[in-house]
Each structure stands twice: as C-alpha cells, then as structure tokens.
Design a protein around this ligand. Structure first.
Ligand SMILES: [Zn+2]
Length: 579
C-alpha cells in the first residue's frame, strides 16, 4: 500500500494560515492531508499518483460563504461559476432564502419568489429542481444523497420558516403570535440539530435599499421582520451555544451589535463595498465593526472587491425594485411592462426621477447607464452610448430615448452600468481590516446580470497581482481560512496535516479570468441562459483528495460532501466556529 494516494511535489505552498510561503510537498491519503513537508522533498515512489507542481502555487481550496446555489446545485454539482474559480466548499441558504421547509402545494410560489428576489430563471427551477423534501432536515438528506462536486453546508434560512408557519402573505403583514414564534424557533432548532450552520436573513426594509423583493414587488417577510423576532432566533443559538448568523442588512447596526453581544454568536454582516464617490459609507461600516468588536461583539464583514458592474435588460431585471417609479414599470410580463413604460403618466414620473431623483442603489445613476447591445440592426449605432448621449443622438429626453429604444426591442436591449467600487486606496482599507472576508459571489443568483462567482480569481489577479494591495499569504488566509471558520468548518481552510484535502494547484503568473467580458451561455435547464466567466490557470482543483478539474476540464468526479455543522470529530476537537 502506498503511503499517499496523491503527492503534490515541488510547489510553493501557501498553507492558508497566513504564514510565509515555503517550498514543499503535500501528501494526501484517504481524502486527508497526511503530510506537509517544508523544504524536504518526499519520495515520489511513496505515492500512487504524483502531481508535479514545479513553478506552481499550492493552496487550500476557496470557501464561498455567500451563495444562492440552493436551486442550481440540483442540476450543477460543481456550482459554477464558483466551482470553476477554485471554490471547494460553499454555504447555501444565505439571506434567509431557500426551499425548505416548503409544503408541496407551495413549491411553485417558492420558485416564483426566488425567480425575482434572487433572479433565478423560473423555468430552470421548474425543470431542474428535484423537490423530494418538505422539511429542512429532509432537504439536507437530499443534499447528502445528491452528487456533489464541492462540499456543502447550509444556513437554516428564516424566510421559509416564517412562510411555512405564518403563511407567505401573513408573514409580511403582521407580527407572529407567541405560539408561532415558539413553532418557528422549534423549526430552527430542528434545522440546527440536522446540521445547519446557523441562520440567515435579508433585512433590507421596505424603502430605497429594498432591492431584492418578492415577485409582486412587495418586500420579503424577513425584510420587515421585527427586532424582537430576530432576537428570538438569536436566543435559539445562544441557548444551543452554536451556529452563526448571516445578515444582509442596511441600517440597524446598533441592533446587530446588541444581538451579537447578547447571543454571543458570530454575525457575518453583508456587505461592505467601497464607492468611488462616497467613501464615507464603507468607512462608517468598517468603523462600526471595529468598535463593535472592541466592545465584545463577534462581527465579520463580507466584502465585494471584484468589479461590481452589471449587464441587464428590462424584461427581467429586478434590482431597481427599491426605486418606486422603476419598480412600477418593471413588474409583470413583458407586454405589461411595455404598456406601463409607454404610459404618459409613468413616463412623466420616470423623467422626474431621472432629472431629480436619487440614483437606484444597485445600478448608480441612470444617466451613466450604457447601451451595451441592441437587437435591431438599425439600433446598433447606439451601442456604446450613455443614456445622456442616446438622448442627444435621438433628439429627445434621455429617459424617453432609452425607453423608446428598449420598448421597440421588446425590452431585449442590454444595458450596462460601470463598476463604482474599484478605487484601490479604498479597497486597501477594506482588505486590511482584520475582520473582512472577500467575496459575495451571490453564486446561483442574478445569473443573467452578474458573474461575481469569479471573486477568488479576481482577488488573486487584481487585488494581489495587479494592484499589490495585499500579500498572497493574506489572500489565501482570507479566501480559505477565515471563511472556513465562519462556515463552522474545523478541518478545512488550511493545508495542515490532518485537514481535509481540498487543495488547489495554480499558475500565479498565468491565472486569469476569461473572457474579460462576461459571455452568454445556454446551459441552464429548460434552455435558459446566463452570463459566465471562466478561469484559466487552475491546474488542479482537488476536493476531499479527488481531482474535480484539470486545467479547467471537469473530471466528472463528485467527491463533495454535505457537511453538517459541529458534528462528528468537531465535538471531539472542540474547535469553535469563527471564534
Ligand atoms: Zn444573498
């Protein structure tokens, strides 16, 4: 019997602990890293398979904390884009969204909800989802049986719990009764017992920042839930002494801090990103977390450091939902939207908003939107123009020009807004904060607009290699070790003996995101499309000791596992999540 199943020799090892790189070999046996040698070469004859990593970097696989692959993982075991970009473990059930618990009669409604709030194509869910569960524990059992190309853990999302106990419409309208609170807490406890890693919510209120709404334009139940209800869920974790809390929130920072202190549980706050015109906003969040931590609140911040541009069409775009005038005309079917967009009263309101209103939260000023792609030949001449320039070219108000153009193309015109989060000095402040975690991939969500699943590759290529904002040692610590602790993994996230063998071998100089501009592919169920960007330079992606990708080519192996929080050996080692 060979000592190792796989031996990775001659590479430069970044072990993910943040300590300095070294020349070394990594030996893997039965899915576990059994040997890490520094400066000493191990004998290739001791291994069944040898990976020559000369000239390559060797590091722990990336851990993607913020995903919405809950639907996609049912038809794509590698959860791409993340899986293409070196991610070996993901966390599902973010923002309080998911598909369990869900009674059979509510499945279509649950998918309809996700088709807007997270912009996952409805027909893909309808065709691609397996739906052989009702409860959250049954959902985890499904994942346990499913072929997985990455490791998976899940939050217990609060939305489906509120919806199943109170009913979708009721949960939005009123406070729960005492009995309902008790029932919801019981469901949370059950989910945690089954292996959930904590709970999650999106609390964006019902105003300008409420950009992720239900299919009918109303805020999600969690958006408007009370502090008291949040605290009741935090108390569940406090009483258990386990689990983390993920919150996508604006405002209410004092409350989040109070909840962290009173529950004693780690809170992962989403999201921090710089804005080149308004540095005050991200600095306020960094300062708040710094102060809160000094006061004993265990808060982490997830940061968007990759370019935050979006490509979008008005036939399905949902991220204008925080702006009343735009939400009004972007709800409903395409013919309904066109009628509303051409209604003179709506036009007047939209012109007024264009001239004097606040820029939509996610897209920035509409004046700066760019026409990316036109459908009709005669409109091709407008491609590359901003809406202001389009107005000049057409000789009308830019708002009218834009809407006349896109309604004439059945809303299939593609718009683009630039990234506003790329100031290197600002991003260095975010990267240097000791509590920030790069990456809000939002993987599996907004699949037609964003390709943020590229964030790990982007961090190495742009933040480290391109701009030199931090060291590669820190990059691997921040992309693997910190998120491992935040997900509750005790035995992943670093390349140390005894850890699970989630390993990457990559070519630092030639690591790249390709193509530079996202491309459209039709690879979702029901022939639906999405935007993607691939990676080149990952020579080997290894999950639990088994290679899943070689130079971007999938091996079709599915070594990923459903991970259940704080089970098995974790209890023996007593290591705590994110603490
Ligand atoms: Zn989310």
């Amino acid at each position: 019997m060979a000592e190792f199943d796989t031996l990775i020799t001659g590479g430069v090892v970044f072990d993910g602990t943040g300590s300095a790189r070294f020349n070394g070999d990594v030996g893997i046996k039965d899915g576990v890293i059994t040997k890490v040698s520094r400066e000493v070469r191990l004998d290739p004859a001791t291994a069944d398979k040898v990976i020559d990593a000369k000239g390559m970097n060797v590091c722990p696989g990336f851990i993607d904390l913020h995903t919405h692959y809950d639907a996609q993982i049912q038809w794509d075991p590698y959860v791409t884009l993340s899986g293409w970009h070196g991610v070996t473990s993901i966390v599902l059930g973010n923002c309080g969204f998911g598909f369990a618990p869900c009674a059979p009669e509510n499945r279509d409604r649950a998918m309809l909800m996700m088709s807007r709030v997270e912009a996952i194509p409805f027909e893909s869910m309808k065709e691609g989802m397996k739906w052989d569960w009702e409860t959250f524990p049954e959902w985890l059992d499904y994942l346990d049986r499913a072929p997985l190309g990455v490791n998976v853990i899940s939050y217990v999302p609060i939305g489906p719990i509120m919806n199943s106990v109170m009913g979708i419409e009721e949960a939005k309208k009123r406070e729960p009764t005492e009995a309902e609170v008790a029932e919801m807490c019981e469901l949370l406890n059950e989910g945690m017992d089954a292996g959930g890693c904590g709970w999650s919510v999106q609390r964006l209120g019902d105003g300008y920042m409420s950009v992720q709404r239900d299919y009918d334009g109303t805020p999600m139940a969690t958006d408007t839930m009370s502090d008291e209800l949040c605290m009741a869920f935090a108390d569940v974790l406090k009483n258990r002494g386990d689990g983390n809390i993920q919150m996508s929130a604006v405002g209410g920072l004092r409350f989040i801090e109070k909840m962290a202190k009173e529950s004693g549980r780690p809170i992962i706050y989403n999201a921090i990103q710089s804005h080149d015109k308004y540095p005050g906003s991200f600095r306020r969040i960094l300062q708040w977390i710094t102060d809160a931590r000094a006061g004993g609140a265990n808060i982490w911040g997830q940061a968007i450091l990759n370019a935050n541009e979006e490509y979008f069409r008005l036939d399905d775009f949902n991220l204008l939902d925080g702006t009343d005038e735009w939400r009004e005309v972007t709800l409903g079917t395409v013919p309904e939207r066109i009628v509303k967009m051409n209604d003179p009263k709506n036009r007047e309101a939209l012109r007024e908003h264009f001239d004097h209103g606040r820029a939509p939260a996610m897209t920035g000023p509409i004046q700066e939107w760019v026409i990316d792609d036109c459908i009709k030949e005669e409109n091709k001449k407008y491609e590359g123009l901003s809406t202001i320039e389009l107005g000049e070219a057409m000789g009308k108000h830019p708002l009218d020009a834009m809407l006349d153009l896109t309604t004439s193309e059945d809303l299939l015109t593609t718009f683009y807004h630039r990234s506003f989060n790329l100031d290197p000095a600002f991003n260095k402040e975010i990267v240097d904060a000791p509590f920030t975690i790069p990456g809000v991939s939002d993987g599996g969500a907004h699949t037609r607009y964003i390709t943020a699943g590229r964030y790990p590759t982007d961090f190495i290529c742009n933040i480290v290699r391109g701009k030199g904002l931090t060291s590669l040692e820190h990059a691997h610590y921040a992309l693997s070790c910190i998120p491992a602790r935040c997900a509750g993994f005790y035995n992943r996230g670093t390349l140390e003996e005894g850890m699970k063998a989630d390993v990457l071998v990559y070519d630092f100089e030639n690591l790249n995101i390709v193509p530079e501009k996202p491309v459209i592919v039709h690879d979702f169920p029901a022939g639906e499309w999405r935007r993607v960007q691939y990676a080149e330079g990952y020579k080997f992606i290894i999950v639990n000791g088994v290679t899943t990708f070689i130079d971007g080519e999938c091996t079709n192996e599915t070594p990923g596992e459903l991970l259940r929080y704080r089970k098995d050996e974790q209890e023996e080692t007593g290591m705590m999540a994110a603490e």
